[in-house]
Design a protein around this ligand. Sequence first.
Ligand code: URP
Ligand code: ZN
Ligand code: ZN
Length: 466
Amino acid sequence: VSATGRGDADVLIDGERIVAVLAPGSELLGTDVAASVDTVIDATGKYVIPGGIDAHTHMELPFGGTSASDTFETGTRAAAWGGTTSIIDFAVQRYGERVQDGLAAWHEKARGNCAIDYGFHQIVGGVDDDSLAAMRGLLDEGISSFKLFMAYPGVFYSDDAQVLKAMQVSAETGLLTMMHAENGPAIDVLAAQLAEAGKKAPYYHGIARAWQMEEEATHRAIMLANLTGAPLYTVHVSAKQAVDQIAWARDQGWNVFGETCPQYLYLSLEEQLGGFSEEWGQFEGAKWVCSTPLRSSKDGHQHHMWQALRTNDIQMVSTDHCPFCMKGQKDLGLDDFRAIPNGIGSVEHRMDLMYQGVVTGKITLERWVELTSTTPARMFGLYGRKGVIQPGADGDVVVYDPHGHTSISAATHHMNMDHSAWEGYEIDGHVDTVISRGKVVVDGGKYLGSKGDGHYLKRGLSQYLI
Ligand code: URP
Ligand code: ZN
Ligand code: ZN
């Protein structure tokens, strides 16, 4: 199955590369292919797809006095288990640090530790003359996109003047501007007012981060991008009103793109409101504290988002994998939702959760491949090597069994988390075999990969730029 169609074929991999895609029973240069290869994986009755590309993960991200609980080792291994063979994580420049130093630190964390191939976007958390100059050198480092935050004042936040300046560099270089579009200063006022009124449960995280804050920031980002000529990619879109902003900009013919995540397709704010457990009481809702937040199920955001995936108003699905354990991490915010580290861990489940959208008739099989692999490759300058099964591409191939079954639970997942935001989810499909650059890393229930299998991916410019 590819982004454009499906059919019966044999995929021939030699070393790390795909060398041929053949009609079944073909002869290649006069030899019987099946008889001359050393390993045959029988995928009869199953789907053979290009390995998943998760273009938004945060292994070891420092946040709220702690760090995301998956290391590059544990997080990329979990990704492999779930049929993802490449991630693009975020190197972080924090305010007061140099971009080059942030990037070097992230290379240090990842190098030799990854189970699958990995690339980086650059978070620019302190836009100033020094970082603007450094951004001009990112493409030489294989980094063709950077992320700015209109949220999180005092942490990663950029004001409009900084956004404008960074977008001018984006327009000049072709680097894609990735935007966390939420009005951070206004959200912080609302959050403080809620806390002062004694409303400190996890649920109020979602109340403070109202959809208006996302719509407004998305619009502002779009207009600043249009003014400067910067290509814009809005990350983790959750509000239907933000989707409409992106759709409107695209209808003008502008270079505006949007990403959503499985949590915004399946989970809702009521999840947090209703969250309750013996162990955590009302604090159970902290499992679903992420930004942008989960949206109310009453307003149809989830339905609108699935529809946007179908109509291409939203172009791809990443996880924003940013795991924190309840014990010792999320519980920093036991007395005040503002101190709960933001993030949900899903890197292992994206292919399954999106396949469930095929099963339920929300997207086609081809669109599943496009949203999870082909478009991420094209968007972030990896296409040809990744995102497609064709001669010359890396041997990143997943055999997916539509007759298999997957039960999601913290008891069985491979992410380094003491809970699952997806506990109890049942998927009508199963990742059977995962091949990463020609090596079988997952074979049925066995993990055959090792840390260091994954190499750094130098990326080129987005294919979607004109
Ligand atoms: O809640 C989230 N999304 N945590 C990760 C940081 C970010 O803003 O992507
Ligand atoms: Zn973000
Ligand atoms: Zn993120």
